[in-house]
Design a protein. Structure first.
Length: 64
């Protein structure tokens, strides 16, 4: 059975780390993270998540 894929996008490293660690503690999730929209777009080119956890107030480009 494939793990559910989650992409966490937030400019604050502490928040990304906290969410990533909490989700990875459950063995059923595969978690990737990105610090900004550009990095997220690059990841999305190769990684198709089932869920995206997104900070709407990203610097340089709105998460909305």
């Amino acid at each position: 059975m494939r793990k559910s894929r989650i992409l966490v996008i937030d400019d604050e490293m502490a928040i990304r780390n906290m969410i990533r660690l909490a989700l990875r503690s459950e063995s059923k999730y595969e978690v990737m993270d990105a610090a900004d929209c550009m990095q997220a777009k690059h990841i999305l080119g190769e990684y198709l998540p089932d869920l995206i956890v997104l900070d709407w107030m990203l610097p340089g480009e709105s998460g909305f």
